[in-house]
Structures are given as structure tokens and as C-alpha cells.
Write a protein that binds this ligand. Structure first.
Ligand code: GLY
Length: 374
């Protein structure tokens, strides 16, 4: 199907999504889904793994859009489950943003539940505590990676901006801005491509080196990293009004859009190879970038935003027409052909719960969804 010939009908896609998510509720049950491989069954990851918020986030989003109580019922206990895990030995890291924004924060926004707000603030304090004052970055991972920072954290900053709004304590937003400035300085390259990992001396804060991480190489163009940067920087602009973040988001958007193949769905790394024909796609990067581009279009009303919305719609149309599981009722995921961590040979050509979440989120935005989690 030639995606360019068609226009996305968000209402038709949404109806299909509702039916799909209804089936997913009974198929997924209490699992914490991360990856579905060829058998179409989502795994059951440990709840302190970074992806545990996306499934409940999708349920809250469906509830917000439809008002139907069964989505709320299925989503309700997730923030409490996460809190329980937080109080035991665990591996939580900077990704408490992805985990608590979609559960505690979303729940509080929709229900004003005070326990949910408390849990969101607890997670924001945890994230703030990972800030390295010498290097002005939020530490990403645990073990001995004291000086490692990664682009993905740009998305988790929304938890800190929310915490300042919620508590009226500006410290959270101060930390978020400091980290965002480090993203501008050390992660987003002049051409709009993005580093995945940047290592600093944790004592002096001195920049040491950039690493390829989940991308192909230190100087390559990991598409999901670019999607995190694009979306994270436009969010930071929305919270701060500082145009430096908006321009950075645009630069990454231009790099991303310019490197899309004919069907508008990105390869896992835009510089994995001279010829990308045999390289796997990453539908999750496409879904995240599409939702980020819609945010960018919203922040640039009028002509300046048109091209971004257009690009997002082309990507979403192709994801819908060419990468969905619509004809397979038993499949527990929505999108196929995600790539998790290609250099390690992990999770290539699979379904990824975050790809599914951001696809639903982007379609909801096209349908006029106004609440924001990020
Ligand atoms: N946040 C990890 C990833 O994007 O795979």
C-alpha cells in the first residue's frame, strides 16, 4: 500500500485500538509486558524494569479518552505495586519517570487520588537524588556507572516538572533544567543526531567520552535515541518556555525526518550501514517520534508546525497499514518490528510495549486528547 496516497483516519484507527486493547486486557492479565516475540505473547518482566509503566499508561489513556470504567479498574493498582517494589530491594533507576508518570501521575490527574500524588512525589525525589552536581546530569543506571548519563532521561524530566507543579517546590524543575542543558551541550550534535551514552567524571564532572550504547557506534544515529531527544526537548520547552529547547527539538526532528526511508518507518540506526536495506526497522522509534512531532506541531501553531504534523501522520499511517497485528486477534501486541538492543542481539524484530504505548498516545493526540503525561 502506498502510504502517501492515503490519509490517516484517526477515528477508524482508534476504534480498532479500543477493540485491540480490550482483548489485550484479558490476554495480558497481571503481567508486566515488555517484549512479544514470534509467538505473539508478551513476556512478564520484573516490575522494576524500565518498561512497567507503559501498559498501565495505555489503560489510563483509554480510560481518559472513553470514560469507560474497565480501563480504570485494570490500571488502578499499578502505582501501588510499584511503590511496594520501591520499598524492597530493587533495581529502580532514572526510568522511574517512565514508570511513575504513567501510573501514579496519570492516576492522580484523572482521579485526584492523594496516594497516587504521594507516590509520584516519592519517585520525583528519587530521581532528583540521582543528580550529579559537578557534571549537571542525572545519573542513568546503577552499579558502578556513577558518571554515565543517557539521552533517554530527557523523557523522565517530565516527572520533575510535574513534581514542581504539584508541590510548588521549584527544586525539581531546577534539576530538570540543569539536566536538559547538559542534553543541549553534550548529547544533541550539530547535525541533529544524538549520542546515546555520555560519560562524565563523577567526581569533577568533566566530560570523558560518548559511547554508542544501544546504537551502532559512538557517532551513529540511533533512531530511538533521537526520538527520546526530540520528544524530551519539546516537553522541556513546554514546561519552561525557553526557545533553546524548542530549536534543539526541531534540529533533531529535521535529522529524523530527513533519514526516514520510503515507507516513513525508521531503521533502528540511521547510520548502521551505508545501505540500510537489510537493517531492521524500529517501529517503537517511529511511534515515539510521531508523538513527539505532534507535540512539536502543537507548540508551533500555524505554518511552522504543518510539516511536523504531516510527517507524524505519514509515519502513523505506515505503522498502521504495514506494521500492525490487526489481522491476528490472538497477538498480544499492537505493532510488529520493533528493535530493542541490536548490538547485543537482544530483541530484534519484536513487539515492544513502549512502541504500542506511543502509537496509542499519538493516535489519541490526533483524536484531540489534551491531557499530557510527559
Ligand atoms: N530506554 C531504553 C531504550 O530506549 O531502549
Amino acid at each position: 500500500m502506498d502510504a502517501l496516497q492515503n490519509k490517516l483516519n484517526a477515528s477508524v484507527v482508534w476504534e480498532q485500538l479500543e477493540r485491540k486493547v480490550d482483548r489485550m486486557i484479558s490476554l495480558i492479565g497481571d503481567k508486566s509486558p515488555h517484549v512479544a516475540k514470534a509467538d505473539g505473547k508478551y513476556d512478564d518482566q520484573r516490575i522494576d524494569w524500565w518498561t512497567s509503566g507503559f501498559w498501565p499508561g495505555m489503560l489510563w489513556l483509554l480510560h481518559d479518552m472513553t470514560g469507560k470504567p474497565h480501563y480504570k479498574e485494570a490500571a488502578w493498582s499499578w502505582d501501588e505495586r510499584l511503590e511496594q517494589r520501591m520499598l524492597q530491594p530493587n533495581y529502580f533507576d532514572h526510568d522511574v519517570g517512565f514508570q511513575f508518570l504513567h501510573t501514579a501521575v496519570f492516576k492522580h490527574k484523572l482521579t485526584q487520588n492523594e496516594d497516587a500524588a504521594r507516590r509520584g512525589l516519592f519517585a520525583a525525589n528519587f530521581l532528583t537524588g540521582r543528580f550529579n552536581l559537578s557534571g549537571s546530569f542525572i545519573r542513568a543506571w546503577n552499579s558502578d556507572k556513577h558518571g554515565w548519563s543517557i539521552i533517554d532521561t530527557a523523557m523522565n524530566l517530565s516527572l520533575l516538572f510535574w513534581a514542581t507543579e504539584q508541590s510548588k517546590d521549584p527544586r525539581f524543575a531546577h534539576v530538570a533544567r540543569e539536566h536538559a542543558n547538559t542534553v543541549l551541550k553534550h548529547f544533541i550534535r550539530e547535525d541533529g543526531s544524538v549520542n546515546h551514552i555520555v560519560c562524565f567524571d563523577p567526581e569533577t564532572g568533566e566530560y570523558l567520552e560518548a559511547l554508542g550504547g544501544q546504537g551502532h557506534a559512538p557517532n551513529s544515529g540511533w533512531s530511538r535515541g533521537a526520538a527520546w531527544a526530540l520528544y524530551g526537548m519539546v516537553n522541556t520547552f513546554r514546561y519552561t518556555g525557553d526557545a533553546a529547547y524548542l530549536r534543539a527539538a526541531q534540529r533533531v526532528a529535521h535529522f529524523f525526518i530527513a533519514h526516514l526511508p520510503e515507507d516513513h518507518v525508521p531503521h533502528w540506526d540511521f547510520r548502521a550501514n551505508k545501505s540500510l536495506a537489510d537493517e531492521p526497522r524500529d517501529t517503537s522509534a517511529g511511534a515515539i517520534a510521531a508523538s513527539g512531532l505532534l507535540e512539536l506541531a502543537d507548540q508551533l501553531p500555524g505554518e511552522e508546525g504543518w510539516a511536523y504534523r504531516d510527517a507524524a501522520e505519514r509515519m502513523l499511517l505506515s505503522l498502521y497499514e504495514n506494521y500492525g497485528t490487526w489481522d491476528n486477534e490472538a497477538h498480544e501486541a499492537i505493532l510488529l518490528q520493533g528493535t530493542g538492543y541490536k548490538p547485543a542481539g537482544e530483541n530484534v524484530d519484536v513487539s515492544l510495549i513502549y512502541g504500542d504505548y506511543f502509537f496509542v498516545e499519538a493516535i489519541a493526540k490526533l483524536k484531540g486528547w489534551k491531557n499530557r503525561i510527559f
